[in-house]
Design a protein around this ligand. Structure first.
Ligand code: CMP
Length: 139
């Protein structure tokens, strides 16, 4: 069942360059309600666990190092059709292919340092949100 929720992270490059506010503004302007919000720094172990599905990919080790290199902002977002609409708002994984008006077009630096993460399914949105927020932090 669709939950109308998705999960996002503002990644270390975007946090480092003071884009938290700009990105949250685009998210709210895009019609999303911020349900839960937290700034944290992942250990390499926690980053590795979050991206476990990519463990066999050639970019996995670099991704883990990058995602634990500085603080990130984690958030649960709510909107009708949240997962698909958020992926439209953030644009393609590779910013070179991201459409005009998307978050990655504006803020991403590379395919790895691509400013934001967005869940790819309702099931993963639930798993990823639970990774950062306990049930009583989600309103
Ligand atoms: P994200 O949407 O968070 O999911 C996996 C992440 O791996 C991706 O964004 C990028 O930050 C990173 N990544 C690095 N290289 C690649 C690649 N070649 N293809 C896909 N994702 C990559």
């Amino acid at each position: 069942m669709a939950t109308n929720r998705t999960f996002t992270m503002i990644k270390p490059d975007a946090v480092q360059e003071n884009h938290i506010g700009g990105i949250l503004h685009m998210i709210e302007e895009g019609g999303f309600r911020i349900v839960s919000l937290k700034k944290v720094r992942l250990t390499p172990e926690r980053a590795g666990k979050f991206y476990e599905v990519h463990k066999e990919r050639p970019f996995y080790n670099d991704l883990v190092n990058y995602m634990s290199s500085g603080p990130i902002v984690a958030a649960i977002l709510e909107k009708e059709n949240a997962v698909a609409d958020f992926r439209t708002l953030i644009g393609a994984t590779n910013p070179a292919q991201a459409a005009e008006g998307t978050i990655r077009k504006k803020y991403a630096k590379s395919i790895e340092a691509n400013a934001v993460h967005g869940s790819d399914s309702d099931e993963n949105a639930q798993i990823e949100g639970d990774f950062y927020f306990s049930a009583d932090e989600q309103f």
